[in-house]
Design a binder for this molecule. Structure first.
Ligand SMILES: C[S@@+](CC[C@H](N)C(=O)[O-])C[C@H]1O[C@@H](n2cnc3c(N)ncnc32)[C@H](O)[C@@H]1O
Length: 480
């Protein structure tokens, strides 16, 4: 994406005049706007594009913090903000030019969820609107945002959300800014617990998570590398959470890598499942970018096993290679002993049936369990994406089970709690197959409380219960 041209105008000698000041106020807003536009066009993921734009445009310090808050806050809240905007606009939102709607959403976030003063929020939004949509829209943007500014969010909500008694899911969708179908899918995933936990689960998806890292099994231990002020994770012996600060010092040397605790626990569950007889070859079938592969590789080494890590896409396999090559730095293992990385389609794999004892199958999924870190995911996916995903997930699970020796174990893992891609996939593939035993995954994760999903054979982690991503884990044993 090209650098923002206005930035150069603002910096060209009029440094302290009013226009220069206004230009500088716009830079973080324009950067947030450009990320929102790229997300709308499905060209980019916010968490990847934003850091790049901040660096390219030299946005640092408080301006970078503001751009980050505006980008993620607007993406998180836009379901709520659209309901407020619909009440404040005399034109239907779907008839607005997309750039105008984006500016209104950014402005509404500033007015209803930040400490930016109302005058500054409206004035900078009008300037931004002129920039991205031309001067004719400024009167309209000014009028709508002035109406938004007349109430705070708590007062707006009962005015714009459906009645919580007669339309509970509709109310929660507006209150917590989710598409209605995700509210219904979360309700289904929670089962009976939804009565008390649906609201906390939806609210937790809007939290801003701390950065969690994982030490490397076989390398310097967590205790040796944990920085001052960081918190050890509750259940993974490898994890720790940074309150703030930059993880780069640890990740650059390979002594630790950014990885949610739920993802660490999924890898540990596969490694810790009891297995009789030889246990020398492990497979990570959908390994890119390599978070679980890195942990599994260290655990496999400790168990005397090798790890083969595969991904369909060359660029994702390259990331796995990096993760496994970096891992041994700082410890006594030679470089990548017993690790193999291949570009392979798990549906038509190059390995022979029964080649592995433990198989990690972390399938492509909707990602709706990682909303804290990927706030745009809830708007990117629609319910209509699920059947094709579930079809792929079933095919990959059949293939993972075929790759497994009799007696061996497959971990079926998603970063989503949605039943159509978790419980239903496992039930369809393994539910009626006498050659497959569905193991008690919560028993393997016994140290983690409240991890049993409504189907008690499966483990389901939740942000509101465990402070992790909403990771699902099923463990399956091939009997024959
Ligand atoms: C959820 S991600 C895996 C995350 C990874 N396990 C980690 O912890 O970093 C799913 C991966 O599956 C890969 N994938 C998609 N279809 C595949 C297929 N048919 N065969 C193998 N890999 C596939 C995607 O490229 C993606 O990297």
């Amino acid at each position: 994406m090209a650098p923002y041209r206005g930035q150069h105008r603002g910096e060209s000698g009029r440094g302290t005049d009013r226009r220069g000041t206004a230009r500088r106020a716009i830079l973080p807003r324009r950067t947030a706007y450009d990320v929102l536009a790229a997300v709308d066009a499905r060209e980019a993921y916010a968490n990847l594009l934003l850091p790049r734009l901040l660096t390219e445009r030299g946005v640092t310090g408080r301006d970078a913090a503001l751009a980050t808050e505006l980008t993620y806050g607007t993406l998180r809240g836009l379901g709520t903000y659209d309901a407020v905007l619909a009440a404040c606009s005399d034109r239907p939102l779907d008839k607005l030019d997309p750039p105008v709607l984006r500016v209104l959403r950014l402005g509404t976030h500033q007015l209803l969820a930040t400490r930016v003063g109302a005058h500054a929020a409206v004035a900078t939004s009008v300037d931004l609107a002129k920039d991205v949509a031309g001067p004719r829209v400024s009167g309209y943007v000014n009028a709508v945002l002035r109406r938004v500014a007349t109430r705070d969010l708590a007062v707006w909500l009962p005015l714009v959300a459906p009645d919580p008694v007669s339309d509970s899911d509709g109310y929660l969708a507006v209150r917590y800014s989710y598409p209605r179908w995700i509210v219904a899918a979360y309700r289904d995933a929670l089962g009976d617990a939804a009565e008390t936990e649906l609201e906390p689960a939806l609210a937790a998806g809007n939290d801003r998570p701390h950065v969690t890292l994982a030490a490397f099994p076989g390398g310097p231990s967590r205790d040796e590398i944990i920085p001052e002020g960081a918190e050890p994770t509750k259940w993974s012996p490898y994890g720790f959470t940074l309150e703030g600060g930059n993880p780069a010092a640890l990740t650059a040397t390979g002594t630790a890598a950014v990885q949610d605790e739920g993802s660490q626990l999924a890898a540990l569950a596969l490694a810790q499942t009891p297995l009789d007889g030889p246990d020398t070859r492990w497979l990570d079938m959908c390994a890119g970018p390599g978070g679980k592969a890195r942990l599994l590789y260290g655990l496999a080494q400790e168990a005397g096993a090798t790890l083969t890590a595969a991904d369909l896409h060359e660029h994702r396999a390259a990331l796995v290679r990096d993760a496994l090559a970096r891992a041994p730095e700082g410890n006594h293992l030679p470089l990548r002993p017993g690790a193999t990385v291949v570009v392979a389609d798990g549906r038509r794999p190059p390995w022979r049936d029964g080649a592995f004892y433990r198989v990690m199958l972390d399938v492509p999924c909707s990602g709706l369990g990682a909303l804290r870190r990927r706030p745009d995911a809830r708007w990117r996916k629609s319910e209509s994406n699920l059947p094709a995903l579930a079809d792929l997930q079933r095919t990959l699970l059949r293939s993972a089970l075929a790759a497994c020796r009799p007696g061996g174990v497959v971990a079926y893992v998603t970063c989503s709690p949605v039943p159509a891609e978790t419980r239903d996939v496992v039930a369809a593939v393994a539910g009626a197959d006498p050659a497959i035993e569905i193991l008690d995954a919560p028993a393997v994760l016994a140290a983690v409380p409240d991890v049993r999903s409504p189907d008690p054979r499966f483990a389901q982690l939740w942000p509101h219960r465990h402070g992790t991503d909403a990771i699902f884990v099923a463990l399956l044993r091939r009997i024959a």
